[in-house]
Design a protein around this ligand. Structure first.
Ligand code: VG1
Ligand code: CO
Length: 536
C-alpha cells in the first residue's frame, strides 16, 4: 500500500469550540473538508513543522466503528497512545441533515486543551494538502489485528472489542457484586428496578454487556440500546426535554432508578422513582459527599472536587464541610485535565449532565450511573431520600438553565455586549435587584477569566456573571457546540437553607432571579424570543 498526497484548499472556520469541531453534517461532507481537519490534527500532534511527514504505525479502532468517548479516553490511557479521534455529534442530533463533530483527545485521554486546538486551527488556515492511504481495506466489523506495509513501513490496524477495556476498568473501580445484589434483590430487600435508556447512541453495547450480562438485569430494563447513525431521529441529549421517553416511563412505571446517556456516552441523567429528577449539579454534590462508599476512592483517597463555573454550587458546600479543596473552571471538560494530571482532583462535573472522575479524562455517563448505584447499594435509600438528606445537611442550591437555540448570531453578540456594558457600570456592585418579594444585593459582576493553577495558562471571556451576596448567581454564555446560529445559555443558581424551602419547586424558587436575568440582558428585545427552546 502506498500513500497519496492530495491537494486541497483551505476551509474557513475549522476552529474547535467547547469540545471538538462541531458543524452540520453537510458541512463535513464538502470535498476534503473532513480530511483537512484530520490532517491538521495529525500535523499539530506529530510535528512542529507544517508540511512534514508524520508516520503512524498503529491504529486502534472499536469494532464496527463503535467506541464511546469515555472508552476512547480509557483506551488512550491504557495503551499509552499519542491521542485519539472521536467522530461524533456528542449530544446533538445526527443524520444527513443534522450535526457531526470531530473531537481530538490528547495522550492523557482528555479533550485537547486550548493551546492544542489553537495550533490545529492555525494549521487549517494554511493547509495545502493532506496525506491518505486509500487502499487500506480492513473489515472493521471483525475483531482482528492486521499488519501491512504502507510506503515500505509496517502499519498495524487493531480492531478491538468496543466494551472490554472499559468494562475491565469499571470492575476495578466499583464493587460489581454489591451492585448486582442491589439490582437482583436479597433476603431483606426486593430487587431495585432500573430503567436504562441509551437514546440510540453509542452506549448500547456497553449497557448490554454491563447491565444485562454482568449485573443480570433483564432485557426489558434497557431501551434504545441499538446505536443508530441518526439516533433514530432522537435528540440524544439526556435531559427532561429530550429524554422524555425515559421520564414518562419512570412516571408511570415501577422503576426505582432511571438513567439516560447522550450520543457518545459522556453525559448522564439520573432519575429516581416516579421520575424524581436529580439535577447534574446535585448529582455531583451527592457523589462528592459519598465518594468513600466507592472502592476506587477508598483506595486512592479523595483529592479535590471541581465544577465548571456555571454549574450549581452544591458541591462547594460539600467541599467546605469536608475540608476538601474545590476548583472552579470554565465550561468544557478540557479544563479539568491539568488538575487531574497534577493529582489535585478526584471528582468533577458540569451542569450539562456531565459527571466524572480522575479514572479517565472525560466525563463518563455509565460511570456516573454505576457510582449512583454503588452509593444506593451502600446506603439502601431511595434516590429521593438521598437528596432530601443531602439538602437537610448542606442546604439546597436551586439551579436552572435556559437555552435559546439558533438565535441570530449578530443579535446574540450584541446582547452579550449589552450585558457586559451593564456589568461594567460601577454602581452595579452593591446595588439591590428586586423581583416579586425577593431582593438580591450584587457582590461582583464580571466576564469570567480562569487561570489554570497548574500551568498558569489563561482562558478569558468564559461567561458573564453576576454574583450576589447570598451566594446566588446569574450567568450568561454563548454555546461553543452548536452548529447553526447562536445558542444563548442563561444559568441561574440560588442557595436556600430554610428547611421549609428545601422541597419547593425549582422554577418557583428561581422565578424572581430568572426575571432579573431576563431584564438585565434585554433578552426578549434582542432575540425576539418569549420563551427558551429548552429548560434544563
Ligand atoms: C456544552 C456544555 C458543556 C459541555 C460541552 C460538551 O458546551 O455546556 O458543559 O462540556 O457541551 O459536551 P457549550 O459550549 O455548548 O455550552 V459533549 O457531550 O458535546 O462533549
Ligand atoms: Co457527549
Amino acid at each position: 500500500v502506498t500513500s497519496k498526497i492530495i491537494e486541497t484548499r483551505v476551509y474557513d472556520g475549522q476552529k474547535p469550540g467547547t469540545s471538538g469541531l462541531r458543524k452540520a453534517v453537510r458541512v463535513f461532507m464538502q470535498e476534503h473538508y473532513t480530511e483537512n481537519f484530520v490532517q491538521a490534527i495529525l500535523q499539530a500532534l506529530g510535528d512542529q513543522l507544517p508540511g512534514s511527514t508524520l508516520v503512524v504505525k498503529r491504529l486502534i479502532i472499536g469494532q464496527s466503528g463503535i467506541l464511546s468517548t469515555p472508552a476512547v479516553s480509557t483506551i488512550i490511557r491504557k495503551y499509552k497512545t499519542q491521542g485519539g479521534i472521536v467522530l461524533t455529534a456528542s449530544h446533538n442530533p445526527g443524520g444527513p441533515d443534522a450535526d457531526f463533530g470531530i473531537k481530538f483527545n490528547c495522550e492523557n485521554g482528555g479533550p485537547a486543551p486550548d493551546h492544542v486546538t489553537n495550533k490545529i486551527y492555525e494549521i487549517t488556515k494554511v493547509l495545502k494538502s493532506y496525506k491518505i492511504a486509500p487502499d487500506i481495506t480492513v473489515d472493521v466489523d471483525k475483531i482482528q489485528s492486521t499488519t501491512m506495509q504502507v510506503d515500505g513501513n509496517p502499519f498495524t490496524v487493531d480492531v478491538v472489542d468496543s466494551v472490554s477495556d472499559y468494562l475491565e476498568h469499571m470492575k476495578n473501580i466499583f464493587d460489581f457484586s454489591s451492585i448486582k445484589t442491589l439490582l437482583q434483590g436479597s433476603n431483606n430487600h426486593p430487587p431495585f428496578k432500573v430503567l436504562i435508556n441509551a437514546m440510540n447512541g453509542v452506549t448500547g453495547p456497553y449497557i448490554k454487556q454491563i447491565f444485562i450480562k454482568e449485573l443480570g438485569i433483564d432485557n426489558s430494563s434497557i431501551v434504545n440500546a441499538e446505536p443508530l447513525e441518526d439516533f433514530g431521529g432522537l435528540h440524544p441529549d439526556p435531559n427532561l426535554t429530550y429524554a422524555k421517553g425515559l421520564v414518562n416511563a419512570m412516571k408511570d412505571g415501577p422503576y426505582d432508578f432511571g438513567a439516560a446517556f447522550d450520543g457518545d456516552g459522556d453525559r448522564n441523567m439520573i432519575l429516581g422513582k416516579k421520575a424524581f429528577f436529580v439535577t447534574p449539579s446535585d448529582s455531583l454534590a451527592v457523589l462528592a459527599a459519598n465518594l468513600n462508599l466507592i472502592p476506587y476512592f477508598k483506595k486512592t483517597g479523595v483529592k479535590g472536587y471541581a465544577r465548571s463555573m456555571p454549574t450549581g454550587a452544591a458541591v462547594d458546600r460539600v467541599a467546605a464541610k469536608n475540608g476538601i479543596k474545590l476548583y472552579e473552571v470554565p465550561t468544557g471538560w478540557k479544563y479539568f485535565g491539568n488538575l487531574m494530571d497534577a493529582g489535585h482532583l478526584s471528582l468533577c462535573g458540569e451542569e450539562s449532565f456531565g459527571t466524572g472522575s480522575n479514572h479517565i479524562r472525560e466525563k463518563d455517563g455509565i460511570w456516573a450511573c454505576l457510582a449512583w448505584l454503588s452509593v444506593i447499594a451502600s446506603l439502601r435509600k431511595s434516590v429521593e431520600e438521598i437528596l432530601l438528606n443531602h439538602w437537610q445537611i448542606y442546604g439546597r442550591n436551586f439551579f436552572v438553565r435556559y437555552d435559546y437555540e439558533n438565535c441570530d448570531s449578530e443579535m446574540a453578540n450584541k446582547m452579550m455586549q449589552h450585558i457586559e456594558s451593564e456589568l461594567q457600570k460601577p454602581e452595579l456592585v452593591g446595588s439591590k435587584l428586586t423581583s416579586e418579594s425577593k431582593t438580591y444585593i450584587v457582590k461582583l459582576a464580571d466576564n469570567y477569566c480562569y487561570t489554570d493553577p497548574v500551568d498558569g495558562s489563561q482562558a478569558s471571556k468564559q461567561g458573564l456573571r453576576i454574583l450576589f451576596q447570598d451566594g446566588s448567581r446569574i450567568i450568561y454564555r454563548l454555546s461553543g457546540t452548536g452548529s447553526s446560529g447562536a445558542t444563548i445559555r442563561v444559568y441561574v443558581d440560588s442557595y436556600e437553607d430554610d428547611p421549609a424551602s428545601l422541597t419547593k419547586d425549582a422554577q418557583e424558587i428561581l422565578k424572581p432571579l430568572v426575571t432579573i436575568a431576563l431584564e438585565i440582558s434585554k433578552l426578549r428585545e434582542f432575540t425576539g424570543r418569549d420563551a427558551p427552546t429548552v429548560i434544563t
